[in-house]
Ligand binder design. Structure first.
Ligand code: ADP
Ligand code: MG
Length: 249
């Protein structure tokens, strides 16, 4: 049975500056069920990051509602890994717990366990500069998981990586999210990445944006993101979404 944990209703966002206003989101509607992996794709500047900022309460919507149970918590993994260079990997992972005053020995142990499970324990006392881009993304994800959010918001988590690392890290990130039983909303401009990882894809129109199409992704032999790229339905979804995005070259 579907367990809907988040409803976004008629979301509108207008940014104002001194002279003008930008209507970023016109009317956004969608629902998220527990354990869903949802991707949001759309043209650059259409308001994808704005949706995540509103969900995480960094920005306030101009109109519309977000319905969410009071006990549902949200973790936001920003576009670049934004690790602090002067803090060790462990210290970086503990920031969220420090800020929210939840740095108990039990929660610290949870972070150490995550670092162990996902192959980063031996780097816990190193600084971010000594890690590869892919490892830093995993650290950023563990930092976000440290506060035990129910829903993870991921803003183009792989965009700063080269193609090979992006494939590998999409597998890692997917595995971690599924293992930890999380619900995820990921923004990406990479159609293949979205199809390979998601249960559902929202395609946004250009600004002022609306949800133009919703795709339920049903792949035969669905497994890991890398393998999913070989499923026979993959290219059909790719072509349909590519057409929806209406990219003019
Ligand atoms: P996307 O993530 O899809 O590329 P964004 O959500 O970052 O798009 O931005 C949507 C639109 O809103 C863009 O035109 C952007 O310039 C504008 N915008 C985003 N943040 C602000 C802000 N803080 N102030 C004013 N305009 C903004
Ligand atoms: Mg963005």
């Amino acid at each position: 049975m579907k367990d809907t944990i988040l409803k976004v209703k008629n979301l509108k966002k207008i940014y104002h500056d001194k002279k003008s206003e930008i209507v970023a989101l016109e009317n956004i509607n969608f629902e998220v069920n527990k354990n869903d992996f949802i991707s949001i794709v759309g043209p650059s500047g259409c308001g994808k990051s704005t949706i995540l900022s509103i969900l995480s309460k960094l920005e306030k919507q101009s109109d519309g509602n977000i319905e969410m149970d009071k006990n549902i918590t949200i973790g936001y993994m920003l576009q670049n890994d934004s690790l602090f260079s002067w803090r060790t990997i462990l210290e970086n992972c503990l920031i969220g717990l420090e800020v929210t005053k939840q740095l108990t020995s039990e929660n610290k142990q949870y972070v150490l366990d995550l670092l162990k499970t996902y192959g980063l324990y031996e780097f816990k006392d190193k600084y971010p500069s000594s890690l590869s881009g892919g490892m830093r993304q995993r650290v950023a994800l563990i930092r976000t998981l440290a506060i035990k959010p129910d829903i993870l918001l991921l803003d183009e988590p792989m965009s700063a990586l080269d193609y090979q690392s992006r494939l590998a890290i999409s597998d890692d990130i997917y595995k971690i999210i599924k293992n930890e039983g999380k619900t995820a909303i990921m923004v990406t401009h990479d159609i293949a990445e979205a199809i390979s990882m998601s249960d559902r894809i929202l395609v946004l129109s250009k600004r002022p944006s609306k949800v133009k199409k919703v795709y339920e992704i049903n792949l035969t032999d669905k497994s890991t993101p890398i393998n999913n790229r070989r499923c026979k339905e993959f290219s059909t979804y790719y072509d349909m979404i590519w057409r929806d995005l209406d990219v003019h070259i």
